[in-house]
Every structure is written in C-alpha cells, then in structure tokens.
Design a protein around this ligand. Structure first.
Ligand code: PGA
Ligand code: ZN
Length: 426
C-alpha cells in the first residue's frame, strides 16, 4: 500500500511544463514517473490538463499537480492495492470522463506509470520483467528506430514528412545496433555539412535540413548508411517512415512537394518509395480520418511493409480491434499517454497480439529523462522501439536503459519479431 503521493511541475525536452509523480510505499520503496507530451497528436487521444493563462503560454500543469497532491493522494492512500488494474480502474473512475480530461491524461499516466514501478519493485522484479509477466510474453530487446531526420510538426524546415528513422535490423546485438545508429547519425551530419545543409536539430534530435522532398531525405540517409560502412535492407540497416499524414491532409487530399494526391495516388507514391528505398515500416502514411484509404493501402503494401497506425489507433484497444476487423493496418504504435493508463496500454498490446498485429513502442516528441517506454518495449516482446535520434539526453536515456537491460541479461534475444502480414514472425 502507498503511504505518500507527491507531484511536481518540471520541464520537458521542449522547455514546457510537465509532471513528475513520486509514490512512496509502505515497504519504503520510492517510485517515480514523468509524463511525456506530443506535438502532432491524434484527435482521439486522451486529453492533457493544462492551466491556460499567461504563464508558460498556458501550458503550466499546476492544476494537475494540485489534483495529484489532493484528490489522487486521497484515493491512493484510502486502501491497499493488490494489482495495477485496480489502481488504473480507480483512476479512470475518479476522472469520470471518456478522454480523461477532468484529471488530465498527463496526470493519470504519470501516476499509473509510477504505480507500475511500485508494483514491479514490490515483486522484486525489474519493470520490464514485471511487464512481461503481466502480459504473459517473453522479453526481447527491441530494434531501436533512430529518427535521424525530422520534418513536419517537429521541425521548422519545409519537409512534409515528420520522421525518417534508421533501424539496425541486421545487427547481431543491441549494443552493435546502437553503434550502427550512432555512426550513421554522424555520417549523416558530415554529409549534410559537405552539402552546405544545416545540421540544426528537430524536436526528436534528428537533423532538420532545409529540404522539402522525402526522396532527398531518403537519398541523404541511404548515402550516410553506406558511408558509415553498412548495407541497406533487413540484413543490414532498414528505414522506417512516419509521414504523420494528418499534417498535410486537407479535405480528402494530401498536399506536399507542391502536388496534390488522392488516397489511391498516395498508395502508388508509397509503392514507388518502398521499391526505391529499403523501407520496412510506414507509420501514419495516411490521415486518421481517411477510413477508406487505410484498408486499400494495407491490402496493396501490407505484404511488403509494416503499416503502423499511430494517430489512427491512439493506443486505444477498441480502435485497434476495429482496425484489425477492417484490415486498416497491420501494426500499432504504443504510447501510454495516448490512452492514459498502463493497464489500458497493456490491453492494447494484447488485442494487437491476438489479432496478428505487430507493435512498436514509442516515446513522444516532448520527453523527459523517464525511461518507462524502454522497459515497456522489452516486456512487451514486440521487437521495436522508437525513441528519436541516437543523441540528446531525453532520447538516449531510453537507449541507454536498453543497454543497461542488455548488460544485465546477456541471453535476452534482440531483433524484430516477424508477423505474417508485416513480414516478421520468427
Ligand atoms: P508526437 O509525435 O509525440 O509529437 O505526437 C510522434 C509521432 O507522431 O509518432
Ligand atoms: Zn506517429
């Protein structure tokens, strides 16, 4: 049982306020967690509680801090809790809204993650092992998906696509994969400088050069992979894209590169990209409110690449269930703060698993030094984590946590899990 609950307003990686929660348990363990925050959010995500007003452009979280230190403290100290699900259900009941807008999804997720850490500590297991046990899955070190080139809502450049990731799918170990990522990141920096392009960074630590065409970004990245001495493709280094297509979708049309595309033309465009470049994963290739485009794209490309719903599914088990039945994608992005509790996040992972969907665990563009998602990716056994570039403290905190887990568990497997649709299940 908990003996104290305390919240604090801290800063995230964009310099905006967020929450840190500390739970103290009767056995003396102290569990802490911090809430991340997205910039290119889906319309169906759980809703953050922000103060409004002048301070911090309205983004303060003092109301959320007060809610934790009063209402939530009272709830958590009122009884002894035997399981995470009980805590999470009580938090949802206390909030009372479908989208967690009264207490705020930032509030609820920070408390829920800290509680999961407390339960893990109580069970005397590392967080990743507690998650694996809760899910009934085998632990696995995920392939890090390094976002080395940023555009869209995460950068000030004219590039429409949001994320260009490199994935060391062919690396023999996690540590080697991290080395490959770092070396390619630096090779890309050298390439940009040689071409007179900016090496300034976007929100997730990737470069944000003044380019506009996705093909230019892909040419730079594939050249950097080769410059660093690695091969292109699943046996070497693969590419994953998150166009985050909501951002350039208006009234049924996708607009970028000075051209307009229908949903069917977008599928044709991606078909060419995956033929020309070693792309293994497409996240949010279409907008969340393009319900017919998704099944059409997945039917056309889903045998060749992983099609991941992020803004489409918002880590919501009901939306993933719906996506499985309509064939809208073949994979789901997992971000705990999109849905609000650890239990619902694990439920979404289970729904995906039973429906034959792959899963990729993810940070947010606004992050802290909290490493929860690294343990989540290991415990889910899903084989994929995206946490931004192999640089910047809040990004490498997650990759460094993976290195720490790998170091402590030398026999833990590393790599993708290949699924029928998404070309991965071993
Ligand atoms: P966000 O972006 O954290 O800004 O929402 C990440 C993503 O779209 O995957
Ligand atoms: Zn995304």
């Amino acid at each position: 049982s908990f003996t104290d609950v305390h919240a604090l307003q801290i800063l995230d990686s964009r310099g905006y306020p967020t929450l840190r929660v500390t739970l103290t348990s009767k056995d003396g363990t102290i569990a802490t967690a911090s809430a991340p925050s997205g910039a290119s959010t889906g319309a169906h995500e759980a809703v953050e509680l922000r103060d409004g007003g002048q301070a911090y452009s309205g983004r303060g979280v003092s109301k959320a801090v007060d809610g934790i230190n009063a209402e939530i403290r009272q709830l958590l100290l009122s009884q002894s809790w035997s399981a995470q699900r009980g805590v999470d259900e009580a938090l949802c009941d206390l909030d009372g809204t479908a989208e967690k807008s009264r207490l705020g999804a930032n509030t609820v997720v920070a408390v829920s993650m800290a509680s999961a850490r407390a339960f893990a500590a109580h069970s005397r297991h590392p967080l990743h092992a507690w998650i694996a046990h809760t899910l009934g899955k085998a632990e696995r070190l995920p392939v890090p998906h390094f976002n080395v080139l940023n555009g869209g809502a995460h950068a000030a450049n004219p590039l429409a696509f949001q994320e260009f990731m490199i994935a060391p799918t062919g690396a023999p170990t996690l540590a080697e994969g991290i080395r490959w990522g770092s070396e390619i990141y630096h090779a890309l920096s050298a390439k940009l400088r040689r071409k007179g392009l900016s090496t300034g960074l976007g929100d997730e630590g990737g470069y944000a050069p003044e380019i506009s065409r996705p093909e230019e970004a892909l040419d730079l990245i594939t050249a950097a992979i080769v410059d660093a001495g690695y091969t292109l493709g699943l046996e070497g280094v693969s590419i994953a894209l998150d166009p985050a297509a909501n951002y350039f979708y208006h009234d049924g049309t996708y607009v970028f590169n000075g051209r307009s595309f229908t949903p069917t033309q977008m599928t044709g465009y991606y078909q060419k990209l995956i033929t020309d470049y070693p792309i293994r994963s497409l996240e949010d290739p279409l907008a969340e409110d393009d319900p017919h485009g998704w099944p059409e794209l997945t039917a056309a490309l889903g045998q060749r690449v992983q099609v991941v719903g992020d803004d489409l599914f918002v880590t919501n088990p009901d939306r993933v269930r719906e996506g499985i039945s309509t064939g809208a994608a073949n994979a789901v992005l997992i971000k705990p703060n999109q849905i609000g509790t650890v239990t619902e996040t694990l439920d979404t992972l289970s729904v995906a698993d039973r429906g034959g969907f792959a899963a990729m665990v993810s940070h947010r563009s606004g992050e802290t030094e909290d490493t929860f998602v690294a343990d989540l990716a290991v415990g889910a056994g899903c084989g994929q984590l995206k946490s931004g570039a192999p640089a910047r403290g809040e990004r490498v905190a997650k990759y460094n946590r993976l290195l720490e887990i790998a170091d402590a568990s030398p026999t833990m497997p590393y790599g993708l899990v290949l699924t029928e649709g998404g070309r991965t299940r071993d």
